[in-house]
Design a protein around this ligand. Structure first.
Ligand code: PEP
Ligand code: MN
Length: 319
């Protein structure tokens, strides 16, 4: 009993902790697990995010050229990714950096879907662009800088497309859940939460990967949760380790930046894996995914030696 000086844990201790989280996040009731809703599975083409398969979303930070995108799409598909990522509208820290190809980029993504069969996730930055991006994308990504842009969230929700909601770099878990609740309130149940690193006093990494947030979100929310080790780390050498940690923390999937020639990438090259690095990361993840009892749905890869299946050699000068 509280305050009685009795240090024995209550017999229903674990249950009480669970109840406390529900009180703490009581303001966003619909994102929390309940007796009625334990796990949301978000359907994307033939894929289910939050289901029995661990889902890897991979691709370049920015869509640059047809060749860069197609080579990456074909490669990541053979290595086991199910969804192709790539930004056509790029929120950049500096207004003088590459801002993305816009509509041309969206068209390239749609062609990459046709050729590879991968679903497409891409960022939408402005509510005015929602109808156009929703026409080409299978999942609308809300970036870290937009997590609290409520008019954008409402427009994205009403598009009917699944929404990948990235945690703001200075947002608390409660803030993230509020934004998710707003999307649900606007009639869209298909929300995927994404931990992508937050700002702390630590500057060695680009951000601090808040893996406790992944563990907590998986305990309290029925929404699928994915990890983005690329933007968290900021350095490609750290990406495979952070990816494994995300799997161990209970993530339903990953969002990873991959580029045929990261040193020539138009954005985020330092944190992008090359093709061989992506293959190695995926292979190293398998035992961790199996430990979780999830499916390794790697159709194309099955029965093929990985390097051979990968096919494409890293290119000299792409992008
Ligand atoms: C991205 O995914 O390329 C991106 C810009 O991510 P974030 O919004 O997390 O910085
Ligand atoms: Mn990026």
């Amino acid at each position: 009993m509280r305050g009685s000086g009795n240090l024995n844990l209550p017999r229903n201790g674990a249950h009480r902790v669970c109840e406390d989280w529900h009180e703490r996040f009581a303001e966003t009731p619909d994102v929390l697990k309940s007796a009625r809703r334990h796990q949301t599975v978000v359907p994307v083409l033939d894929i289910e995010v939050g289901g029995d398969e661990f889902i890897t979303m991979a691709g370049p930070c920015s869509v640059e050229t047809e060749f860069q995108l197609m080579a990456t799409a074909n490669h990541v598909r053979r290595a086991g990714a199910r969804i192709l990522r790539g930004g056509a509208f790029k929120p950049r820290s500096s207004p003088y950096n590459f801002q993305g190809l816009g509509l041309d980029g969206l068209k390239m993504l749609a062609r990459a879907r046709e050729e590879s069969g991968l679903a497409i996730v891409t960022e939408v930055m402005s509510e005015d662009d929602v109808p156009m991006v929703a026409e080409y994308a299978d999942i609308l990504q809300i970036g870290t800088r937009s997590m609290e842009n409520y008019s954008l969230l409402e427009a994205a929700a009403r598009s009917g497309r699944p929404v990948l909601l990235k945690r703001g770099m200075v947002a608390t878990i409660a803030d993230l859940l509020r934004s998710a609740q707003l999307i649900l309130d606007n009639g869209n149940p298909n929300v995927i939460l994404c931990e992508r690193g937050i700002r702390t006093f630590e500057t060695a990494m680009r951000n601090t990967f808040d893996v406790a947030a992944i563990a907590l979100l998986k305990q309290i929310s029925h929404l699928p949760v994915i990890g983005d080790p690329s933007h968290a780390a900021g350095h490609r050498d750290l990406v495979p380790a952070l990816a494994r940690i995300a799997v161990a923390a209970g993530a339903d999937g990953l969002l990873v930046e991959v580029h045929p020639n990261p040193d020539k990438a138009w954005s985020d090259g330092e944190q992008s894996l090359d093709f061989a690095g992506f293959d190695d990361m995926m292979a190293a993840l398998d035992p961790w995914i199996e430990l979780r009892g999830l499916e390794l749905e790697r159709h194309e890869r099955r029965g093929l030696p990985l390097r051979e299946a990968a096919g494409v050699r890293p290119m000299e000068a792409v992008g």
